[in-house]
Design a protein around this ligand. Structure first.
Ligand code: AMP
Length: 287
């Protein structure tokens, strides 16, 4: 795997592949590579001629300075895991490469996609995500962009950005990869207090139970149950939302939506975990 730290070197390397009309696949990450990231990289490598992964801990998407400073940065292990997963090149830029002094961030009105769920709890987060993903796409110019459904609202917003700006890249949403007990892999899992770790799979259990419950109950009954259930176990839940899987708006009448997704953000000790599960329909059928 080649490692490039400057845009110039990355562009020079990719030029030959572009001329040969090869498919360039791109997997943006913030590092602390785990099995979930590896699945994205493996899929990208299986479907594209060149697999480019980026590691950039983007300061503009952190609304909490402590969260940014505590973000793990195990570079040597990351390089090993990416190599093992079939990445051809790693783009590892310094901040000045992504955001040069004359950088002008794209302005995209997110409307209600940005005000629901994560929106109120992480002000400015999605603006930061749009800024960095747009900038990275501009630099790498891939044909395919691989993103995890673990961050459901994020991938919906990026799909919206691609459509609004008529970008030519194809978004490939990838299934959530979970640990054996059901906890979704996340770079934050290593920070879960060992004494609380056994409670972590309850999020997925609640999501699964919510899927069964929705058959007989209203969306409001399910969201109330989910939040209360998690809080009773010892979580502090910010939201347990049932939203339309396309426009992310809260579901009132479950019968008029083709795609319903339950999305959760909940604190376990001092670690904030997010997860989601499709309760009705399938994203593939809608996109
Ligand atoms: P991050 O490094 O957290 O920004 O994540 C980089 C990419 O990996 C994003 O597209 C995430 O949605 C995706 N990702 C993170 N965790 C998982 C997981 N457990 N399963 C699938 N994709 C994931």
């Amino acid at each position: 795997m080649h490692v490039f730290t400057t845009n110039r070197d990355l562009l020079d390397y990719l030029e030959a592949f572009r001329l040969a009309k090869n498919t360039i696949g791109f997997v943006p990450t913030m590092g602390a590579i785990h099995t979930g990231h590896q699945a994205l990289v493996r899929r990208c490598a299986a479907e594209c001629d060149v697999t480019c992964v980026s590691i950039f801990v983007n300061p503009t998407q952190f609304n909490d300075a402590q969260d940014l400073s505590k973000y793990p940065r195990p570079l040597a292990a990351d390089i090993h895991l990416l190599n093992e997963s079939g990445a051809d090149l790693l783009y590892l830029p310094r901040e000045g490469e992504v955001y040069p002094p004359d950088f002008n961030a794209i302005k995209l009105e997110l409307g209600e996609l940005g005000t629901v769920m994560e929106g109120p709890f992480r002000p400015g987060h999605f603006e930061g995500v749009v800024t960095v993903v747009h900038r990275l796409l501009d630099i790498v110019q891939p044909s395919r962009l691989y993103m995890g459904l673990k961050d459901y609202q994020q991938q919906t917003i990026i799909r919206y950005m691609i459509k609004q700006l008529a970008m030519s890249v194809q978004l490939v949403p990838c299934e959530i990869v979970r640990e054996e007990d059901g906890l979704a892999f996340s770079s934050r899992n290593v920070r879960i207090d060992p004494g609380l770790r056994s409670k972590a799979p309850e999020i997925y259990k609640c999501l699964e139970a919510a899927r069964k419950m929705l058959v007989e109950s209203t969306a409001q009954e399910v969201r109330d149950w989910g939040k209360n259930q998690l809080d009773a176990i010892g979580f502090t839940t910010e939201y347990f939302e049932l939203c339309d899987g396309m426009d992310l708006q809260p579901v009132v009448d479950k019968d008029i939506h083709n795609l319903i997704v339950a999305c959760v953000a909940s604190w376990l000790g001092d670690v904030r975990l997010i997860d989601n599960l499709v309760l009705k329909g399938s994203l593939e059928d809608e996109t």
